[in-house]
Design a binder for this molecule. Sequence first.
Ligand code: B12
Ligand code: SF4
Ligand code: SF4
Length: 309
Amino acid sequence: MSPQELAALAKRVATELGFDACGVTDASAVPHADALTWWLGSAYHGEMRYMASQAETRREPQNVWPRARSLVVVLDNYYIETDSTPAGYRVARYAQGKDYHAVIRGRLDQLGLVIAQAAGQGAWRSYVDAGPMPERELAQRAGLGWIAKNTMLIRPDLGSYTFIGCVLTDLELERDAPFEADRCGSCTRCLEACPTGAFPEPRVLDATRCISYLTIEARSDVPEALRPLIGDHLFGCDVCQEVCPWNVKFAAETLEPHYRPQGPWPSLGEILALDDRAFDRRFGDTALERARRSGLRRNALVVLENAGR
Ligand code: B12
Ligand code: SF4
Ligand code: SF4
């Protein structure tokens, strides 16, 4: 099969597998890798030490797998219209269903397999948020959207409530043109709406102030000055996406049943009382597992404190 035919096949199969968009790029170094170096130099990564230790690898997909020639990049819409969390706290939409890593990885491997079978040769590797891949920049380069002022990858007809997945292959596939336009224009809604003022400038996020970092990635206590600003966010934050006009207009309910909310939510008091086994039973197959029981308890205490309880 020719590179054109393989790229067309990849896009058709991606749609059949339920992905919402698919593009192809090459495996060379990403052009804005210096933005990562500067970000790390500003210590905006906080306790996410893996961001510093993997920085060199993250510049270029071939550092991850030297055989890589092409990347098939996909978007998976996880938007849910109705927030299922009870009064008293909020959980980011991406975490209300099953753990997305599990939902996406198998489909990415199927995509890699179909491409290799059609070519009669070839190997592949799949990634979704679990390796040193500059995923947003690769998606932009594969023509899937622009990197917006809130640092999210936005696709015009879909918005930004999407996961990004990549299949690296050692085959040649026809590349898409990068998405060059900046559709944010003069809008600054996300920058103004951020509860903790986490954007020192457009397209730069100081993760150490971001609620998503403070409630998911950070292992230490939330700094005292930031605690009241966390409000009722128990896990993650969607504010800079909720206010975005592209989401207001284009975000549509996901068709993937695994991204729909999983069962009833415990109250904050019940969260504080969970032991390890109970935590695993309720959250073991969701993204909340990342915060661990200790992190979720810490967050619940902050939310209760903010509610004056
Ligand atoms: C570390 C990380 C975080 C950190 C830091 C976030 C950040 N903005 O850097 C924290 C914990 C805060 C976080 C939060 C969230 N995250 Co996160 N996170 C990541 C991770 C692992 C790495 C991101 C990274 O490299 N950051 C470092 C900074 C420097 O990178 P960057 O801002 O993306 O900048 C790069 C490019 O944008 C580019 N660039 C910079 N400026 C410009 C300008 C132009 C014009 C261009 C073309 C390029 C460009 O250069 C940089 C280097 O490549 C990725 C997965 C991955 N492997 O990529 C997921 C990822 C970015 N996260 C994701 C999600 C869903 C979230 C949350 C929405 C979760 C939530 N609801 O709580 C929030 C969103 C917060 C926000 N506004 O970003 C998705 C985003 C999907 C999308 N459509 O954009 C990803 C891609 C995971 C996935 N596979 O789906 N995250
Ligand atoms: S996720 Fe929330 S805290 Fe983080 S930058 Fe966006 S609005 Fe701010
Ligand atoms: S809210 Fe406005 S500035 Fe922010 S990402 Fe959306 S369009 Fe861009």
